[in-house]
Design a protein around this ligand. Structure first.
Ligand code: LRH
Ligand code: MN
Length: 430
């Protein structure tokens, strides 16, 4: 892998901080040892954890009102991979990229696969797009895609998903994420049961085309773009569909796709128990599908999700193999910085969840010791694992302070000089 930022420069940045990291790490090790926790075991588990970067996240995002591009906007999927390579080089927690078709189409996928490898990256789940009309599309998805009343529109949407699977197969991906915006804005506009039946009919044709070792991730969402009813609006509809399709179909949880205050960690526990947890699109939100940086608004909520994940791994739950991805929109920050910090926030919640005393928690729960139980979670969440995360990055050849190293590297200015400036414009997330 050819470093995108000079490795010697990163090493020099680390030299200024390494002595403190080793001291702080030893100190944290002593603290954890007093809690019968071996920091080396936790470090190995954290080092083995990775979260995928959404290719659509490295460009500046927008809202329906406007998008304000920054300097050095990626022009195409190869620029996006390069920016993802910088995130992986410095933060060392994002070894895979999740692509979105047609936003990431190119003429030579073997060349794209090699370009990713040159940036130290592999491909995670592919994302299809039947929520907007591609240029030159024969039929429109204005009134839906996989659930449209016109079988010709449904056939077009199914065909698109088969093309995405074929592209993913060439790139070494092993999963297809299907999120559709299908739904309505008025009571009476749609027959709910027939629409769901049309969804299943279309999804079965996609499922039948999955290569043997692939999975299909169904992504539910409460609302937007539909604001009265969405066909796959919650985990219940998603689970019904995934169960009807078969073992390779599972339910993907995008944290922003729930009504405010919904207990997402309990939904995660239900899907784990059902063997239907596909994985995650991590982000944060305060109101709706805000796609804010993971852990930036409600880090304890993210921790509680990881508490369920670590408990399932600890209990060796059968078929537990979730895919971890970020899905965010960076409207006012440098996307590279936000993605590095967000990957760190996800990694931090994973590390903290590994510090929960599972045996004591089980005992407190059995004894109905409510305060004792919740204090065990708080103690883990309130443990500052920064030295452990810094040590994991340092050992992996990354930057102790990824944002500091990135800013000092001048990478953004360098690509801004190479990539023509993009004017602001109409709305849209990309
Ligand atoms: C829908 C969604 C979905 C992606 C899109 C970019 O809100 O979360 O996962 O296809 O964002
Ligand atoms: Mn998503």
């Amino acid at each position: 892998m050819s470093p995108l930022i000079d490795a010697a420069f990163v090493a020099a940045q680390n030299d200024k901080l390494a002595r403190h990291v080793h001291h702080d790490y030893e100190h944290l090790g002593d603290q954890l040892a007093r809690r019968d926790i071996d920091i080396e075991t936790v470090r190995r588990q954290v080092a083995a954890f990775g979260v995928a970067i959404p290719s659509w996240g490295v460009g500046t995002g927008g809202t329906r009102f406007a998008r304000f591009p920054g300097p050095g906007e990626p022009r195409h999927v190869f620029d996006k991979l390069q920016d993802c390579g910088v995130i992986q080089q410095l933060a060392r927690a994002t070894p895979t990229v999740s692509l979105h078709i047609p936003w990431d189409t190119c003429s030579d996928y073997a060349e794209l696969r090699q370009a990713a490898a040159d940036c130290g990256l592999r491909f995670d789940a592919m994302n299809s797009n039947t929520f907007s009309d591609a240029k030159g599309a024969a039929r429109s998805y204005k009134f839906g895609s996989l659930t449209h009343t016109d079988p010709a529109v449904r056939a077009q949407a199914v065909e698109h998903n088969l093309q995405v699977i074929e592209i993913g197969r060439q790139l070494g991906s092993q999963a297809l994420t299907v999120w559709i915006g299908d739904g309505t804005n008025f009571p009476g506009q749609q027959h709910f049961r027939r629409a769901f039946e049309r969804y299943l009919e279309s999804a079965r044709r996609i499922y039948a085309a999955l290569p043997g070792d692939w999975r299909m991730f169904l992504e539910h969402k409460l609302c937007e773009p539909a604001f009265y009813a969405t066909v796959i609006q919650d985990w219940g509809s998603s689970h019904l569909a995934a169960s009807a399709l078969g073992p390779k179909a599972q339910c993907l949880v995008d944290l922003g796709h729930h009504a405010p205050n919904v207990n997402i960690e309990m939904i995660v526990a239900r899907l784990i128990a059902a063997g239907k947890l596909a994985g995650f699109h991590f982000n944060d939100s305060k109101y709706g599908d805000d796609d804010l940086d993971a852990g930036s608004v409600a880090p304890y909520r993210l921790f509680l999700v990881f508490n369920e994940l670590v408990a399932a791994a600890h209990e060796r739950v059968a078929g537990f193999d979730p895919a971890y991805m970020l899905d965010q929109s960076h409207n006012v920050t440098d996307p590279i910085e936000s993605l590095m910090v967000s990957a760190g926030a996800v990694q931090r919640c994973h590390a903290q969840a590994l510090l929960v005393d599972r045996a004591a928690l089980d005992a407190a729960q059995e004894a109905n010791d409510a305060l004792g139980a919740t204090q065990l979670l708080k103690r883990a969440f309130e443990t500052d694992v920064t030295p452990l995360l810094q040590r994991v990055r340092l050992d992996a050849g990354g930057a102790i302070d990824p944002v500091g190293a990135y800013r000092a590297s001048g990478y953004r200015a360098r690509v801004a000089a190479q990539r023509p400036a993009v004017m602001g414009g109409a709305g849209g997330i990309v």
